[in-house]
Design a protein around this ligand. Structure first.
Ligand SMILES: Cc1ncc(COP(=O)(O)O)c(C=O)c1O
Length: 419
């Protein structure tokens, strides 16, 4: 099982903090918001009312109903509570989705830069990941993806294509024609689309076009999209471990429920009542507006570091290109923490691919030039972190320049230099 670089950075940053160092935490995708009040109140009320027993494996009916209503209003679809399954976070929802779609040895398409747990889940289910290329803006190139799909279909069974828009760590939002192209290609190939909607409520620029909108135009029996959502992100509840999946039909939802049973049994009952209250009474748009401000602030400050980046259209992260510093991402992230007390995540953890030997994994070359910076932190910490990052980059560039000058001087003094 390849270890997640996010957890590795997390542990190193915590160790530094425990040693008394004032670390600016730009590594984590944890929202700096209080739990929405209706979530807390709904949970406490449920506890007091004795709703502390096992609940249905697919989720308490009140929550499934609240989710179905929200999805129906938001996307203009007529989904029922029976098509919704509650999960232990999007993490478990995604795992169930992979398990539902694919048998051991099947191929699944993942973006070449991706949230590390996808790879771990393919390892767990013994699936073969195929990585589709992302362009300079971190969006799929349709002709290339279609070509890869045709090749893969010739060599084995392709079970699913995973989309994550807006993406972690890329912040990229896939444009409607791209989503349409991928959906059509998947439909023609007869494979599933797993849509990770963890960041669907945090879009700052452009239109969020989820593939479920295409799928729900088809008759139920032909639908191919499993959409997985996260209460961690939408309701600032990372520690409460709830998410949900919208299945194309009640029958598929039932199969997803069966996949919950061996792993989680039922979800925590009182928290599900809290989430139902939050969905009915709280609006993630408030958090989105706040995050949009932090994203703009980061986009204003980051050019001072001299590092290149694409401004994210959604999600919580910037991917910065560190190639001008002369360091590779792993060393950059380690030294940045040691020398300036800023925690970021190395790009290499988001782009591991299976190596030639079974059980080995190696990062792509592109990812060695990238680091991930979260803007989901308080504005003063964001300012401080970016300022320290800028100092670090300047220090590296000065050292590089000095080395260059020393080399020139040495060459000039070398006896061969005259020739
Ligand atoms: C892209 C993506 N999908 C899914 C998840 C998992 O979310 P959850 O906390 O709901 O399990 C995360 C968490 O960071 C994520 O970044």
């Amino acid at each position: 099982m390849p270890a997640s670089s996010i957890r590795r950075s997390f542990m190193r940053a915590v160790a530094a903090q425990n040693a008394g160092i004032d670390v600016v935490r730009l590594d984590i995708g944890d929202l700096e918001f209080d739990l929405p009040e209706p979530f807390a109140r709904g949970t406490i009320d449920a506890l007091r009312a004795g709703k502390t027993h096992y609940s249905s494996m697919s989720g308490v009916p009140e929550l499934r109903q609240a989710i179905a209503e929200r999805l129906s209003t938001r996307y203009g679809i007529a989904c029922s509570a029976e098509q919704v399954i509650v999960n232990q976070g999007a993490t478990q929802g995604l795992n169930a989705a992979f398990t539902l779609c694919a048998d051991q040895g099947d191929q699944v398409f993942l973006p070449e830069i991706y949230w590390p747990n996808y790879l771990q889940q393919t390892v767990l289910s013994r699936l073969n990941p195929i990585f589709y290329a992302l362009d300079d803006g971190f969006c799929p190139s349709l002709p290339q993806l279609r070509k890869q799909l045709v090749q893969a279909v010739e060599t084995g069974h392709v079970a699913a294509i995973l989309l994550n828009s807006p993406g972690n760590p890329t912040g990229a939002l896939f444009a409607r024609p791209v989503v349409e192209g991928i959906y059509d290609a998947a439909y023609t190939a007869g494979c599933w689309v797993i849509s990770d909607e963890a960041y669907c409520d945090y879009v700052y620029q452009g239109e969020h076009f989820p593939p479920l909108l295409l799928d729900w135009q088809k008759p139920e029996s032909e639908r191919r999209v499993l959409s997985v959502f996260s209460a961690s992100k939408s309701y600032a509840a990372t520690g409460l471990r709830l998410g949900w999946t919208l299945a194309p039909s009640a029958e598929i939802a039932h199969r997803l429920q069966l996949l919950n049973e061996p792993l989680t049994g039922s979800m925590t009952t009182p928290l599900q009542f809290g989430l139902a209250a939050a969905i009915a009474q709280d609006d993630p748009a408030l958090r989105c507006a706040d995050l949009a401000r932090r994203c703009s602030l980061a986009a204003e400050l980051l050019p001072s570091t001299g590092l290149e980046f694409n401004r994210p259209a959604g999600g919580l992260f910037f991917l910065l290109d560190i190639s001008t510093t002369g360091l590779e991402a792993d060393e950059f992230a380690t030294r940045l923490l040691d020398e300036e007390a800023v925690a970021v995540v190395t790009g290499t953890g988001f782009a591991l691919q299976p190596g030639a030997e079974p059980g080995t994994f190696a990062p792509t070359e592109r990812s060695t030039r990238l680091i991930r910076v979260s803007f989901a932190v308080a504005e003063d910490r964001l300012r401080e972190g970016i300022s320290r990052l800028g100092s670090f980059v300047r220090k590296l560039q000065d050292a590089q320049q000095l080395r260059g000058e020393q080399l020139l001087t040495a060459e000039a003094g070398h006896p061969c230099a005259a020739h």
